[in-house]
Design a protein around this ligand. Structure first.
Ligand code: FAD
Length: 432
């Protein structure tokens, strides 16, 4: 299948939703945004404000919420952690990335509030955790970085973490008060269902080809769209449209949810009613206690040709999820998993993003390496400004991103991609 999808994940925990109809008739518009994840939704929303008299066409190959934006772990970061050391020479770069994060976070915060989006949005931060050697080294780097940037944080020892999370596994942690936790599928659905009136969203409407020319033309299975400007917000699927080939690859992540915990089980999980714990090791687990009382754990990532996992593959990965869960919460060893899901994130060889013009009247923003909730929203908004000729502080910050690096061509591509994805687990130990 060209655009594989499945019913698994956070969307499975929500009520069924009626998708917007597919595009089946030719159209002539000024603007088209391809991809209705966080980047495309933010972009279409901003274009609608900038061009209130124009129709903004927003096309997605799948149903809203079925891309990475509806399948992620739901950590909307304010402060990025950079693995591999603290470099005082990078201070301006750190500040720039965090300005972008905060711009996206503030936008989401405002949109969730203004539109009353029911998505378990909770903006009081989360905890970065360390168990083994490599993560403990990252913990030292991260502390120096936070101190140098004067970012408020609270240092936690093993006892504090036991009290807060109900796990004796963790040896050190850092709580950062800014950043939000969210039910990601509910967030993107809410954003899609509250778009300005001049945005026309069509789901299950894959763009199969971008035909160069003035105007540009987009070929769909049952329609041709003619448009002046196109913003591509398709994440790791841009290469299928002829953009960024060998620059963006998909890494397939998977996780599981327990059933809803009983009151006694929740009481064994420490003092916080809801929390998110993110490993300081790039291959470590991200874990949440959701507001509806489930533990969610994600601790696998693999190169899988940018595909979701089959049901059989997912059940095989659950052994790893289970091991990560039980070593943290032996008191919950008998609590079964109720759901499992996978999702594909767009990654680059050097961990950076793409923002800007690709060709005449064709723009792209994406590739956030597992950190695209806040950043995708900021990039999506900024690319709308940039394509409209506006300069904003966030546009300048996004333009200053070092573009993703080239990945060698086939047959080495898959091998290179395989090792790139696997490298995140180096020395992960008990953080997984
Ligand atoms: C399991 C997992 C956990 C993650 N956890 C986090 C986290 O906790 N915090 C964080 O910040 N980030 C996280 N990420 C990364 C984050 O989800 C992504 O960076 C972000 O959602 C990317 O948004 P996007 O809109 O650019 O892309 P997507 O959400 O992938 O949206 C792209 C859209 O384009 C559509 N599309 C593709 N090709 C076409 C086409 N030809 N025609 C029409 N439509 C097309 C797709 O169907 C898709 O809906 C995670 C990712 C995964 C997979």
């Amino acid at each position: 299948m060209l655009f594989p999808t499945d019913g698994h994940g956070w969307a499975e925990l929500l009520e069924p939703r009626q998708p917007r109809p597919a595009l089946v008739a030719d159209k002539r518009v000024a603007w088209t945004v391809i991809g209705a994840g966080l980047t495309g939704l933010a972009c279409a929303r901003r274009l609608a404000t900038l061009h209130p008299d124009q129709e903004i066409l927003l096309l997605d190959a799948r149903c809203v919420g079925q891309g990475a934006s509806g399948r992620n772990s739901g950590f909307a970061v304010a402060t990025s952690q950079f693995n591999g050391g603290f470099d005082p020479g990078q201070m301006e770069n750190y500040r720039r990335v965090n300005r972008i994060n905060r711009a996206g976070l503030d936008l989401l915060d405002a949109q969730v509030a203004a539109n009353g989006i029911d998505c378990q949005w909770r903006r009081d931060g989360f905890i970065h955790t360390a168990v083994d050697q490599v993560a403990l080294r990252e913990y030292d780097f991260f502390r120096r970085y936070l101190e140098a940037l004067e970012i408020d944080h609270v240092v936690l020892d093993a006892g504090d973490l036991q009290t807060r999370l109900g796990s004796s596994l963790y040896r050190a942690g850092i709580a950062i008060g800014d950043g939000a936790l969210v039910q990601p599928a509910a967030l993107v659905r809410g954003l899609a269902d509250s778009l300005p009136a001049n945005v026309r969203l069509h789901e299950q409407s894959p763009v199969l080809e971008i035909i160069d020319g003035q105007p540009l033309r987009l070929r769909l299975a049952a329609a041709m769209v003619t448009c002046d400007k196109v913003i591509v917000a398709t994440n790791y699927e841009a290469p299928a449209l002829g953009l960024l080939r060998r620059y963006l690859i998909g890494s397939t992540l998977a996780g599981s949810f327990t059933r809803v915990l009983t009151a006694a089980e929740r009481a064994s999980l420490g003092s916080l009613p809801e929390w998110g714990a993110i490993s300081l090791h790039s291959g470590g687990a991200t874990i949440r206690l959701t507001s509806d009382g489930r533990i969610k754990i994600r601790n696998t990532a693999e190169y899988h040709g940018a595909r979701l996992l089959s049901d059989a593959e997912l059940s095989a990965r659950q052994a790893t999820h289970r091991a990560g869960f039980e070593k943290r919460f032996p008191q919950l060893a008998r609590v079964p998993f109720e759901y499992a899901w996978s999702g594909v994130e767009g990654i680059t060889a050097n961990g950076t993003n793409f923002f800007g013009r690709q060709r005449d009247n064709l723009y792209f923003a994406g590739g956030y390496n597992g950190s695209g909730v806040s950043r995708g929203t900021a990039f999506g908004t900024a690319i709308a400004d940039y394509a409209s000729g506006n300069t904003t502080p966030t546009v300048s910050d996004c333009l200053a991103s070092v573009p993703g690096a080239w990945i060698p061509p086939r047959p080495l591509l898959d091998i290179g991609a395989f090792f790139k994805v696997r490298s995140r687990f180096k020395g992960v130990g008990r953080d997984r």
